[in-house]
Unconditional design. Structure first.
Lengths: 449, 292
């Protein structure tokens, strides 16, 4: 009997320990500081704005599962802000850019956002990354009246209801329009394909599925969902294989592109893969797969050859593009060590848009003024994006379109022109705005729109 | 049919890794009577040691050996430097200490090895085997995993059942004072127990890493599932650990494939609760053994 009792004590400890472990990531803070203001004061008295500086913040996963690739985005944004600062800043103000690590854990996002808003008194949040993470702070930011610009995620919730979140703006094309454009492309060009969906089990997969099903409902033979964090996707890929899917439309993060490719090898499954923009960075996936060479997987940037994907800003595979040349110059002058990557280009691209937004808001910078300026002129911003933004008083959704490409030797080959659309029933049309062919100004710093 | 088979095979290989991890826990439990929460990060550190060796251009097997040896040393060092000072106090002290170690090792690994995802090579190829024209979800490395864990289990059983050292280790764990009176060098036995357990943990780490991606937190889910497997098997029995690991691996694979991958962690906890409620001693508790 004594032994029995003796034994159950460590078992209880096991349970207690497991609970403790799961709580470890939660290190929440409960600061009750009242640094937030009532939606922006007047003139240069707005929080985070002084005569000669503007303080802005962002949350990114610098560590953990989602960090590869994504942790490079803020380094790109910082390089561009430094570049602008070196040319005198925005209306004489230097941009101070504070980045906090949330490890892609919503609890951490809340605590670092509290810290940024209440302690550091940032003027605006710029480019905060992730659907589950940013969802945790979007209400707080809007309640405090903090401009929440260019969320690094394609979820609809950043822009489809500006009344609910008046200070929040999306940036990249939302997953629904990406799903729509992919869906229409497949319906028109591959009408006999048996389509399998490989979806991240959250807004990302849900929004995309909504878009895809508008055009492909009857061609879809299976929809499998994986939970981010669970790296065993074997059962999901086996499900797609069993359903006989010969074209897989995958809406997943880059690590899962590598994992799905590995599992497909294991299963001897060879469908045509179509990864959405998020999961298709050939360099990153190639570096993840490079070790499994032995002829089984081709490492390096060639690893995704033949895979289809989409594109909405020019990337490092287009070194002749004037925007990429600007980013290269910025990175050479102000970047950290390491190469220019597509993630850094992404960071610079939204930093460029934010500098334009600041210029549009004028010298008397206020939080509400910034939001108003964005609703007025946001749709006319220039920049690297291939299609214009959709910003207006009724929509805070970002870039309106993209094009379908096939990866060859690590670079995208166009399969369609730039196609633009909007959520819901909006038609898909060829873009005629000319956004695709523009070039940055000589100085590399935007002018007030 | 093929999906059923592939889901089961996937669960089998994964279950074997849980089994290896559970074996390490059982080993520490049998030889020191505490549960080591730092097992996973210790294994993770040794996997990164292997990665460093591979990066330096050496062969996979040299890296494999380096990881196992560093596992052995790490286990011994941890026991001597960290666990020894709290020995003799309540067992919970040592358990809490291993939790602390969990966090410290994690942070250190992130600093030393970086936080990126990195791919880890596998020696036998990552393509599925071909059987009668169809590919089944069992790679050469998967076969190696199964064999390695079975051999390890056999060795541990033999160690505890047939060798003097094994008997001494168990004696030191059950009753250090009596063991000491009988001439057993209890301190050495505890160190040996930790070293061996850490070695088996390293093996689990290498097996789960092979042909997949690693980062400092890659073993974290294995901690939970490994514990459930060990508890399922009764914490005291190497065979129980392996059977527990297999059952859990296959069960979770089916939950993921046929119910939904978001329920995997929940299913593991439900299994844990059921076992603790219905058979707190685990499936292979002494009472069950007597009935057979």
């Amino acid at each position: 009997m004594r032994r029995r009792l003796h034994r159950s004590a460590p078992l209880a400890a096991v349970l207690a320990g497991a609970l403790l472990l799961s709580a470890c990531g939660a290190g929440g803070r409960s600061d009750d500081g009242d640094g937030g203001d009532e939606g922006g004061g007047g003139g240069a008295t707005a929080p985070g704005v002084t005569e000669d500086s503007i303080t802005i913040g962002a949350h990114f996963p610098l560590t953990g599962v989602a960090a590869p690739g994504y942790n490079e985005i803020p380094t790109g944004a910082k390089a561009y802000f430094d570049y602008v600062n070196a040319q005198g800043g925005v209306n004489g103000r230097q941009i101070e850019y504070l980045v906090r690590d949330d490890g892609y854990n919503p609890t951490n996002t809340s605590s670092v956002t509290n810290e940024l808003v209440l302690e550091e008194e940032i003027f605006a949040m710029v480019g905060g990354l992730g659907t589950p993470t940013h969802s945790a702070v979007v209400d707080f930011l809007n309640d405090e009246g903090v401009p929440d610009f260019f969320v690094s995620s394609g979820s609809l919730q950043w822009g489809d209801d500006p009344e609910n979140a008046p200070y929040t703006f999306g940036w990249q094309p939302d997953y629904e329009i990406e799903g729509k454009i992919i869906g229409q492309y497949v319906a028109e060009n591959m009408p006999d394909a048996k389509v399998g969906l490989f979806l991240q089990d959250d807004d990302f997969g849900d929004d995309a599925e909504k878009g895809v099903r508008q055009f492909l409902d009857e061609q879809i033979v299976a929809a499998e969902r994986y939970t981010s964090g669970n790296t065993d996707v074997g059962p999901q890929i086996a499900g797609l294989q069993a359903a006989g899917a010969d074209l897989v439309l995958a809406f997943n993060t880059p690590s899962y592109t590598a994992l799905s490719q590995l599992v497909a090898l294991k299963l001897g499954y060879q469908p045509q893969w179509f990864y959405s923009n998020v999961g298709s960075d050939a360099d990153l996936v190639g570096s993840l797969l490079s070790r499994f060479s032995e002829g089984a997987v081709e490492g390096g940037s060639g690893s995704l050859d033949g895979v289809m994907t989409t594109e909405y800003i020019p990337g490092v595979d287009q070194p002749d593009d004037p925007w990429v040349q600007l980013w290269q110059k910025v990175w050479d002058e102000h970047g950290e060590k390491g190469e220019l990557t597509n993630y850094r280009v992404y960071g610079m691209s939204h930093a460029y848009a934010f500098v334009q937004a600041l210029l549009a808001a004028g010298e008397d910078l206020t939080r509400d003024g910034l939001v108003e300026a964005m609703e007025e002129v946001g749709a006319d911003l220039d920049g690297p994006q291939l299609a214009p933004f959709r910003y207006s008083a009724d929509s805070h959704l970002g870039i309106s379109g993209l094009r379908v490409v096939e990866i060859r030797d690590g670079a995208g080959e166009d399969l369609t022109p730039v196609l633009v659309t909007d959520i819901g029933d909006a038609e898909i049309a060829e873009d005629d705005s000319g956004q695709d062919g523009d070039a940055p100004p000589e100085s590399g710093v935007p002018e007030a729109p | 049919m093929q999906q059923l088979l592939n889901t089961a095979l996937g669960g089998l290989t994964l279950g074997m890794v849980y089994a290896a991890f559970a074996l390490a826990l059982v080993l520490i439990w049998r030889s020191t009577r505490i549960v080591n929460f730092a097992q996973a990060p210790m294994a993770m550190v040794t996997t990164f040691v292997a990665l460093v060796v591979v990066d330096a251009g050496h062969s996979y097997w040299l890296a494999f050996a380096a990881a196992l040896v560093s596992g052995l040393l790490l286990g011994a060092v941890v026991e001597r430097l960290v666990v020894r000072p709290v020995e003799g106090g309540p067992e919970i002290n040592a358990v809490i200490l291993t939790l602390g170690l969990f966090i410290v090792l994690h942070a250190l690994a992130a600093v030393v090895f970086g936080n990126r995802y990195r791919s880890f090579p596998a020696p036998f190829g990552v393509r599925g085997l071909e059987v009668g024209g169809t590919t089944i979800a069992l790679t050469g490395f998967g076969v190696f995993t199964v064999l390695a864990v079975l051999v390890t289990m056999g060795l541990l059983l033999a160690l505890f059942r047939y060798t003097d050292v094994g008997l001494r280790m168990r004696a030191s764990a059950f009753n250090p004072e009596v063991a000491r009176l009988l001439g057993v060098r209890v301190g050495r036995m505890l160190t040996l127990g930790w070293a061996l357990a850490s070695l088996v943990g390293s093996l689990a780490g290498l097996l789960i890493a092979g042909g997949s991606l690693v980062h400092p937190a890659y073993m974290d889910s294995v901690v939970v599932y490994g514990f459930v497997a060990a508890v399922l098997g009764g914490l005291d029995s190497p065979i129980g650990a392996v059977v527990g690991g297999l059952l859990l691996g296959v069960a979770l694979s089916f939950v993921s494939g046929y119910v939904g991958s978001q329920l995997v962690a929940l299913a593991a906890l439900v299994i844990l609760m059921l076992v603790l409620t219905l058979r707190p001693g685990g499936l292979f508790a002494q009472a069950a053994a007597r009935r057979v």
